[in-house]
Write a protein that binds this ligand. Structure first.
Ligand SMILES: [Zn+2]
Length: 295
């Protein structure tokens, strides 16, 4: 099958891994991964409406609300290095917990969330301004936002270039774009491949590496200010043990032992600083500024 790489435009791919009839094809030139066959927009929306339902999301976030608030505090601390306050739009805002944190820390917040149940949850429970539609269909005037964030969202978007162009229009000049996305060049992805928990086909359509994501943003008219990689040590340990331990009583016993003793956690906590330095953490976080010279 002939397809153009979304990052570099070349057409030479190899199969990196396969899972349940879905192949992850990787560009030989820039390393970006593409889920094939590409699911239709209808399939994606149906998958989204089942996967991200508010009642299920609530079970993930609410029991660990302090953990997520602490995590989002670090996200906002990073944002404040570039923008101290202003209008912030979070795309794919889920239940709105990040928006709530950003609001408490001085931003005027707006959310976009395709999943209707999640959007409604954030509106009702937290009184947030959350739109439930595709970004292109929402009537935000040009140059509305100081900051636009996409945490774990871009990998779900079929028309990435169209979306980045739209984001750029809606950002003020010198506005900040923050993107977080799983890193296919990470130590975790290399060790787990088909069992990588952030692969999740067909939900994730694209699988970036730091250099590929940066060049995509540069060609969309952004200037890269900062690019780092990281991952929660706990997520790393959970993924590794699920991938390598047998699914039987012995496997579960070892997993429990590792969790209680925190051995895996402590080892990873120590080692991950080394691979983060090499841009091999599980998640890429990139901070880019709308580049006026692009016009
Ligand atoms: Zn490429």
């Amino acid at each position: 099958m002939k397809m153009d790489c979304i990052v570099c435009g070349k057409q030479v791919f190899y199969t990196w891994t396969s899972i349940a009839g879905i192949n992850i094809q990787r560009c030989r030139s820039c390393g970006v991964g593409i889920t094939t066959p590409v699911p239709s927009a209808e399939e994606l929306l149906e998958d989204n409406s089942e996967r991200y339902i508010a009642a299920e999301r609530e079970k993930i976030y609410l029991p660990r609300i302090r953990y997520f608030q602490a995590r989002y505090h670090t996200y906002i601390k990073e944002i404040k290095k570039f923008k101290k306050a202003g209008a912030l739009l979070d795309i794919g805002c889920n239940l709105g917990i990040f928006l709530l944190s950003a609001q408490k820390e001085g931003f005027t917040v707006t959310g976009v969330e395709l999943n209707k149940s999640c959007a409604e949850y954030g509106r009702k429970r937290y009184g947030l301004n959350i739109h439930s539609d595709y970004l292109t269909k929402i009537d935000f005037p040009d140059e509305t936002f100081d900051v636009i964030t996409l945490y774990d969202v871009l990998e779900h978007v079929p028309d990435i270039k169209g979306m980045l162009a739209d984001i750029r229009r809606k950002l003020k000049n010198d506005g900040l774009l923050v993107i977080q996305s799983p890193n296919i060049d990470s130590v975790l992805a290399r060790l787990t491949k088909a069992k990588w928990s952030w692969l999740t086909p067909p939900d994730h359509l694209y699988h970036f590496n730091p250099s590929g994501l940066a060049s995509l943003l540069i060609s969309a008219g952004f200037r890269i200010e900062k690019s780092r990689t990281w991952e929660p040590a706990e997520d790393f340990c959970n993924n590794i043990t699920a991938a390598y331990l047998p699914r039987n009583i012995a496997g579960r016993a070892i997993q429990k032992l590792l969790r209680i003793s925190r051995i895996c956690f402590i080892v990873v906590l120590f080692l991950q600083r080394i691979w983060w330095q090499r841009q091999q953490g599980g998640l890429i976080q990139i901070y880019a500024i709308k580049d006026g010279r692009h016009d």
